[in-house]
Design a protein around this ligand. Structure first.
Ligand SMILES: [Zn+2]
Length: 309
């Protein structure tokens, strides 16, 4: 008999950590970020070990669901992959990097499936590689785990309506391209476009200027998301909860506080909850040594059912 009934789940594998840290990615990305979150959640007894699900890695065939065969061939060459990720040197025999992305994408697939089956929030401690396009990787995103996860989800459960709420500081340009001709998926993104050109549009882009604060950001969100939810009526929400709109982020130029970030996250969750729609949450971006705390606080708040900043 099961006495323990989880309210939400975490998806994590130790493989998330191993593949990347040894390579020293050239960015301010804290490669230990997700392990820190997992450790803090266990240490503070916010998460029970039974609430941590271990994914299986995604396969090359999974990548082919959304990426071109020519591009997937390129990903099989570690040195070409290293170039996409701006790494200084990668051995031709080194498969660690693509394996990292296979594990995290497997986590995204598992998060969507579990959220839908159990109708509870499921957090992948990673994922949200929204810049990867069908035939090209960019911005540290070689594969689009969001699109792959949605395709796998729709293969298993039928062509359900999926809403991607992308609140990473950067635009979800790759995801937008993946679904531009597909009415079963609605892409929504709030961002500051700091790319030279905007090469794709999501179904609803909310663009905000530099130095946007809690008030401006939350106003943008609250003025648009409920309407999207009402008209599209998603059967699954995929929330990319990027930490880079925070004022301390080392890449972003927004000025959201800890409180504003948490209010943003809880607003998305409550909109879905009101409509009885399950949510799979992906980490998205978030840079600097303190960034892990944002996703940690969000998970803590959902797991405990109360929030404190
Ligand atoms: Zn970002």
């Amino acid at each position: 008999m099961l006495f323990f009934q989880p309210k939400s789940y975490i998806v994590y594998s130790f493989e998330y950590f191993l593949g990347l840290c040894e390579k020293g990615p050239r960015s301010t990305f804290d490669c230990a970020k997700f392990r820190k979150i997992r450790n803090a959640l266990l240490k503070e007894k916010i998460v029970h070990s039974k609430e941590i699900l271990e994914p299986a890695p995604a396969s090359w065939d999974d990548f082919l669901l959304v990426h071109s065969p020519e591009y997937v061939e390129k990903l099989k060459d570690p040195q070409l992959l290293g170039k996409i990720l701006f790494l200084d040197y990668v051995s031709p025999f080194d498969t660690d990097i693509i394996e990292f992305f296979m594990w995290v994408t497997g986590g995204t697939i598992l998060a969507m499936k579990t959220a839908y089956e159990k109708q509870v929030p499921v957090f992948n401690l990673g994922g949200g590689y929204h810049h990867a396009k069908p035939g090209k990787g960019e911005g540290f995103c070689p594969v689009n785990d969001i699109a792959i996860g949605i395709r796998r989800f729709q293969q298993e459960f039928g062509k359900k309506r999926v809403l991607v709420v992308d609140l990473d500081y950067h635009q979800g340009n790759g995801t937008a391209l993946m679904f531009q001709d597909d009415d079963s998926c609605f892409t929504y993104s709030i961002h500051r476009d700091n790319w030279d050109t905007i090469d794709s549009k999501t179904n609803l882009d909310v663009r905000l200027p530099d130095h946007s604060d809690d008030k401006m950001y939350l106003q943008g969100l609250k003025n648009s998301l409920p309407e999207v939810m009402d008209s599209f009526q998603p059967e699954l929400v995929v929330y990319v909860a990027g930490g880079d709109p925070h004022y301390q982020d080392t890449l972003g130029t927004f000025e959201l506080t800890d409180k504003g970030m948490l209010e943003r996250d809880i607003f998305v969750m409550s909109q879905a909850k009101e409509r009885k729609c399950p949510v799979a949450i992906l980490a998205g971006g978030g840079y600097g040594q303190e960034s892990w705390k944002l996703y940690y606080r969000f998970i803590k708040c959902v797991m405990r059912g109360r929030c404190d900043v």
